[in-house]
Write a protein that binds this ligand. Structure first.
Ligand code: MF3
Ligand code: CO
Length: 248
């Protein structure tokens, strides 16, 4: 069942989302060769604490950190570590903040110093996939309009769309309905309605879209060890169209 949110509930979710947005705004200029993802994790947690918010991912299904830090061939759910990021890396930082019982979720990919043209193209196309998906998230459209726009654009650049990790409704719970893959057909799937709040979070791969999980039980990598990128916003559907609640 999809839980529709009232305007005041959407405003409460926006507040949680804006804590996440501040986390991303803060670290964007700090991501350089030498910084560790543990340092980034600490900064995210401090910003959440400062706002009276909680790092919701910490302890969620046993996940140990405030953020997921997924570098290069890691698609998602990588553990932050003390290994300094290196020139040429790309790293996706994903987090969820809880404020007054409401959740906000956003992931963003960052370039570490100068990156390869391929990595640059992958990041650009992935961000454009998110933007094209959001554009289609209009009341009256269907989820297939969102997902097919993403899939068509990614594949037109020769990239893969990860199927095994899903986007989701969000509110008081992290994974509400609808949960959906970022692939589909126009005009198919659930009808998008005013009051829905969900994530759009395409994970796009340089090569094969298949994933494998490390022995830690979390870290999801590309099966061919090629690069992956991800951009994620939490959006609310209003009568006027989609609103990006995690807008930075
Ligand atoms: N932010 C992630 C999502 O989009 C959640 C990561 S799972 C966690 O669903 F366990 F790391 F929290
Ligand atoms: Co997320």
């Amino acid at each position: 069942m999809v839980i529709l949110k009232s305007k005041s509930e959407i405003e409460a979710i926006r507040k949680a989302c804006q804590v996440v947005a501040e986390c991303h705004r803060t670290i964007a200029p700090l991501i350089k060769p030498g910084i560790t993802t543990n340092e980034i994790d600490r900064i995210f947690e401090d910003i959440m604490m400062k706002h009276g918010a909680k790092p919701y991912q910490k302890g969620y299904k046993g996940y140990p950190y405030a953020t997921c830090a997924s570098a290069n061939d890691v698609i998602a759910h990588g553990f932050p570590s003390n290994k300094p990021l290196e020139e040429g890396d790309i790293v996706t930082i994903d987090t969820v903040a809880e404020l007054d019982g409401w959740l906000g979720d956003s992931a963003w990919s960052y370039a570490v110093g100068k990156i390869s043209p391929t990595a640059e193209k992958l990041m650009r196309v992935t961000k454009e996939c998110l933007e094209l998906g959001i554009e289609q998230a209009q009341p009256g459209n269907r989820l297939g309009d969102v997902t097919s726009a993403i899939q068509r654009y990614a594949e037109s650049h020769g990239f893969g769309v990860v199927r095994d990790l899903l986007a989701h409704g969000i509110g008081r719970d992290l994974h509400e309905e609808p949960t959906y893959m970022h692939v589909g057909k126009p005009g198919k799937g659930l009808r998008i309605k005013e009051g829905m709040v969900f994530t759009i979070e395409p994970m796009i791969t340089e090569g094969n879209y298949l994933i494998r999980i490390d022995p830690d039980g979390w870290t999801a990598r590309t099966i061919d060890n090629k690069l992956a990128a991800q951009y994620e916003h939490t959006i609310a559907i209003t009568a006027e169209g989609p609103q990006i609640l995690t807008l930075q």
